[in-house]
Design a protein around this ligand. Structure first.
Ligand code: GDP
Length: 294
């Protein structure tokens, strides 16, 4: 991902590094190019504008202008501001018991896959996760979660075929979980093609019943700014604690990753970079910034 953005930033900064004594015009020209590159990467307009203004203010400072390697200094400012834009520090999960995690999102975003990936990740950290299938609209989703749960060797609660009452399922799951000696309960929920009232109402009720410590929205990064507006809608409805951005492997532009935090105020906690269960990691803003800068 970020291929085009990395390449154009590389070009711009290479030119800037080559300048011995830097002028205001050099900086303005370079940052204009950077702004275009960000917009081409599908970064939200106001986010790109504010970001460039911040970088410019610092770059125009006397310390940079009079330094021996002004180009290097500007790249450093860019790197630091990019890290901040991506969220600054890595956002931790609240896993204090009873650690209930509600996984929500639109159809196809990667909720079921993410639920299992997260279970595996937490298991590797020495926790005892349990998976709970609460997507009762798509019968295949329950089987899909069961299969993935077997693959990652995590116990899974699956409702009986034909069950339609999600609150009943959640209650059964909560008492099942007590016998399982698990420490983290991951609830995979139903999605829709778009954010609609039925979906939100079901989530609200589930939210009230299970009182999750973490409510994570799973969003497909390849959908760009749509992913960001979906996050805003879910947050307004159920209050998100974080975002999981999936399919970064198929996202050449990266606009969702870059705008998500600034627009929604919610941290990206994990990223998915492939279909395999281990292609999933915590999101580190500084590492992502380094990746973008190449
Ligand atoms: P759900 O409808 O939100 O539960 O979505 P699924 O978990 O069923 O995922 C939809 C499709 O996206 C599946 O084919 C997954 O294998 C795929 N998928 C999920 N996460 C990723 C990812 O990070 N990268 C790629 N390439 N595919 C993914």
């Amino acid at each position: 991902m970020f291929n085009a953005l990395s390449e154009s930033l590389d070009n711009t900064f290479r030119n800037l590094r080559g300048v011995g004594k830097i002028s205001e015009k050099n900086i303005t020209d370079a940052l204009r190019e950077v702004r275009l590159s960000l917009l081409e990467a599908d970064v939200e307009f106001s986010v790109a504008k504010a970001f460039i203004a911040t970088v410019k203010e610092q770059a125009m400072g006397e310390k940079v202008m009079k330094s021996i390697k002004p180009g290097e200094q500007i790249v450093k400012i860019f790197n630091d501001e990019l890290t901040k834009l991506l969220g600054g520090d890595q956002a931790p999960m609240d896993l204090n018991p009873p650690a209930h995690i509600l996984i929500c999102g639109l159809n196809g975003a990667g909720k079921t896959t993410t639920s299992a990936k997260l279970a595996l990740r937490l298991k590797k950290d020495g926790r005892r996760p349990l998976l709970i299938a609460c997507d009762l609209y798509r019968p295949a989703a329950i089987d899909q979660l069961k299969t993935l749960a077997e693959q990652v060797e995590v116990p899974c609660f699956a409702p009986e075929a034909g069950e339609t009452d999600v609150l009943k399922v959640a209650k059964q799951a909560l008492s099942w979980a007590k016998e399982q000696n698990g420490t983290v309960l991951i609830f995979d929920t139903a999605g829709r093609q778009e954010v609609d009232e039925t979906l939100i109402e079901e989530l609200k009720q589930l939210n009230k019943l299970i009182e999750p410590k973490e409510t994570l929205l799973v969003a497909d990064s390849a959908t760009g700014q749509q992913a960001v507006s979906v996050a805003q809608s879910f947050d307004a409805a159920v209050g998100l604690t974080g975002i999981v951005l999936t399919k970064l492997d198929g996202d050449a532009r990266g606009g969702a990753a870059l705008s998500m935090r600034a627009v929604t105020g919610k941290p990206i906690k994990y990223i998915g970079e492939g279909e395999k269960m281990d292609q999933f990691t915590e999101f580190y803003p500084d590492r992502m910034a380094s990746r973008i800068l190449g």
